[in-house]
Design a protein around this ligand. Structure first.
Ligand SMILES: NC(=O)C1=CN([C@@H]2O[C@H](COP(=O)(O)OP(=O)(O)OC[C@H]3O[C@@H](n4cnc5c(N)ncnc54)[C@H](O)[C@@H]3O)[C@@H](O)[C@H]2O)C=CC1
Ligand SMILES: O=C(CO)COP(=O)(O)O
Length: 339
């Protein structure tokens, strides 16, 4: 059994910590908030993020980053995309040996347009990295803590590292596949949140299954287009981290992105929505990054552009849907000619 540290005690870091503790690993959860650490240690709960969940007693916690880093040679980074660089910069100063990094966040950094593994590689010198593995797929924390069957993908340029991570997490309710397409996995993970926000909006506007299916399918087409332009493998987008995560996120009330979109569709402002959801809604920032990336790559991403206009250009959601429906006519498979 291994020593593993999870940095970030939100819903996903905590749920993954529970999987690792269930697998009898010595798992230490790091929270930057002392009060949360005390609650995990004393009450074995994390009520803000997983209100009805009892944490296993062998899942320990600390707010001391040095203790957290020294605890393990395998580090899971489970903070929102916007905190990745800051957290890496804080812990890299405390490191003196190589570690295996697993990241589980879903986003792209606006302006730099970097994927998360690229940000980590920029912040941590190669001499301190045994490998960088991304763990991603259709996996709501709320269902993982109930031990409901979940399948997920680990991707890395280093397949030895990916297989090591597969073995750490695999159990009877958490099935892990490997994949060597890091670009495809990270782009699918980040972009599905954009489409989930849009799916929430169409539900909030009162549209039905037809509109939702259209968004998922045409959303996948534009995600694939962008990913392939960046070097991803086309088939990754029909896998767990593409179609799989789109289905889970666009059709679930667990999804923070879907919930945020739903409130926007019902007329709330972005500010009100983020306040109401109270947890990270990655799709908002990723919409900005994806829109920039589409321009840079010269890839047509109409749903992303429409969502960008709603979030940042004051366009009414209904008007944005209308603009999508009035685009010039196309051949459905036009996008796939380049595959
Ligand atoms: N919740 C879920 O079911 C899933 C979430 N994810 C991804 O995992 C990542 C984390 O998401 P959640 O756990 O849901 O978020 P969350 O909002 O539940 O929790 C985020 C955690 O990060 C901490 N944090 C925020 N800024 C920080 C900073 N600067 N330094 C240190 N800690 C900081 C917060 O205090 C909180 O404990 C996101 O990228 C999300 O897309 C991926 C799969 C499933
Ligand atoms: O990524 C997720 C499920 O795979 C969770 O999505 P949300 O961040 O929208 O809740």
């Amino acid at each position: 059994m291994a020593n593993i540290t999870v940095l970030g005690a939100g819903s996903w870091g905590t749920a993954l910590g529970m999987v690792l503790a269930h697998n009898n690993h010595d798992c230490l959860l790091w929270s930057h908030r002392e009060k949360q650490t005390e609650e995990i240690l004393k009450d074995h709960t994390n009520k803000q993020y997983l209100p009805d969940t009892k944490l296993p007693e062998n899942l320990r916690a600390t707010s001391d980053l040095k203790v957290a880093i020294d605890h393990a040679s395998t580090i899971v980074i489970a903070v929102p995309t916007k905190a990745i660089r800051e957290v890496c910069q804080d812990f890299v100063k405390l490191m003196n040996d190589k570690k295996l990094f697993i990241h589980v966040s879903k986003g792209i950094e606006p302006d730099s347009l970097k994927r998360i593994s690229e940000m980590i590689a920029e912040e941590i010198p190669a001499s301190l990295v045994e490998g960088i593995v991304v763990l991603s797929g259709p996996s709501h924390a709320e269902e993982v803590v109930l031990q409901h069957p979940t399948t997920i993908t680990v991707a890395s340029d280093n397949m030895v590292a990916a297989e090591k991570v597969q073995d750490l997490f695999m159990n009877n309710y958490f099935r892990v596949y490997t994949n060597d397409d890091v670009i495809g996995v990270e782009i699918g993970a980040a972009l599905k949140n954009v489409i989930a926000l849009a799916a929430g909006i169409v539900d909030g506007l009162g549209y039905g299954d037809n509109a939702k299916a259209a968004l998922i399918t045409r959303g996948l087409a534009e995600i694939s287009r962008l990913g392939i332009s960046l070097g991803a493998k086309p088939y990754t987008f029909s896998g767990l981290t593409g179609m799989g995560d789109l289905i889970a996120t666009c059709t679930s009330v667990h999804s923070r992105n879907w919930r945020a979109g739903n409130l926007l569709g019902k007329g709330a402002s972005l500010e009100e929505v983020l306040e109401e959801v109270g947890m990270i809604v990655e799709g908002v920032r990723t919409t900005k990054a994806a829109h920039q990336l589409a321009v840079k790559q010269e890839v047509d991403m109409p749903i992303t552009a429409a969502l960008h206009s709603v979030l940042f250009e004051n366009v009414h959601p209904k008007e944005a849907v209308d603009s999508l429906m009035h685009r010039t006519k196309k051949n459905e498979l036009e996008d796939y000619k380049t595959f």
